[in-house]
Design a protein around this ligand. Sequence first.
Ligand SMILES: *Cc1c(COP(=O)(O)O)cnc(C)c1O
Length: 334
Amino acid sequence: MDTRVHKVAFEDIVEAQARIRSHVFATPLVTSPTLSNICGVAVGLKLEHYQATGSFKLRGATNAILQLSAAGLKKGVIAASTGNHGRALAYAARAAGSRATICMSRLVPENKVAEIRRIGADVRIIGNSHDDAQAEADRLSEQQGLTALPPFDHPHVVAGQGTIGVEIVEAMPSVATIVVPLSGGGLIAGVAAAAKALRPRVKVIGVSMHRGAAMKASLDAGRPVLVEEFVSLADSLGGGIGLDNGVTFFMCRDLLDGVVLLTESEIADGMRHAYAHEREILEGSGAVGIAALLARKIPNLVGPVAVVLSGRNIDMDLHRRVINGERDPFGGDV
Ligand SMILES: *Cc1c(COP(=O)(O)O)cnc(C)c1O
């Protein structure tokens, strides 16, 4: 067995819950009458886009920051990010009296970069892919002695995201299926570890965008593989899982019951449904769970279903265009 492989246990998630409780919002799980009607089973929405930084990533970042030593906090932390982890880490670092350096590629939307700057992080824009940004974060971490707190492949980050799974089971004790946006897999690995510890029969389904679904390609290959990165409505789902992945690949391999892939226009439909029928503003990545239900892409769907709405940090002009009917603003569907 690879000694770098680390799996997060249910106990780690329970400890994370106690650690972060006073720092993050235990978000509500609300029933969606429209989606329940469409799907023919009860559907609840876990409103993680209501976190202070607009995405669930505050949970993992906070759980990681709160375990640093005084010396580690003084030196500061560093990460590569597609935007939402950077914002969460910048926020959690500032709250703990520390400082964050965030490396992002040119693919990260300007609204996300601006918000991270506003929080006071040191922002580095580098390269044309998340992998380029990750290489820069690795280099700076080494050179400046900053603690690397990556967006998904870290046990403290996964344990923090796993607190969502505990809350879902508490709010919906009979939950049969949990639908979760999937990129590097920190969110779904944590949610699945928690939910399956409490409800061993629950099915956990990941949702990614069609082009550049790194975890799906890696699971199919049986090992972490590289994928090309594209501009997408689901910008938070871009980027590789790391060829040296040591946590999330193995947890996803062992815990997931399926992965669904969506086109750009299906993601747009999810955003539009969220706005028109749920009265929720979601970024593309945050809407993929709803989109997967609308596209009827989950075979043999068993209810009750919980869907994680993961983020809302979208440029509002882009959101308006999608709501007004644009289905593929980046030309991703061919
Ligand atoms: C990061 C992110 C995801 C994917 O999370 P992973 O842990 O990388 O799988 C999904 N939605 C939003 C809004 C995100 O910011």
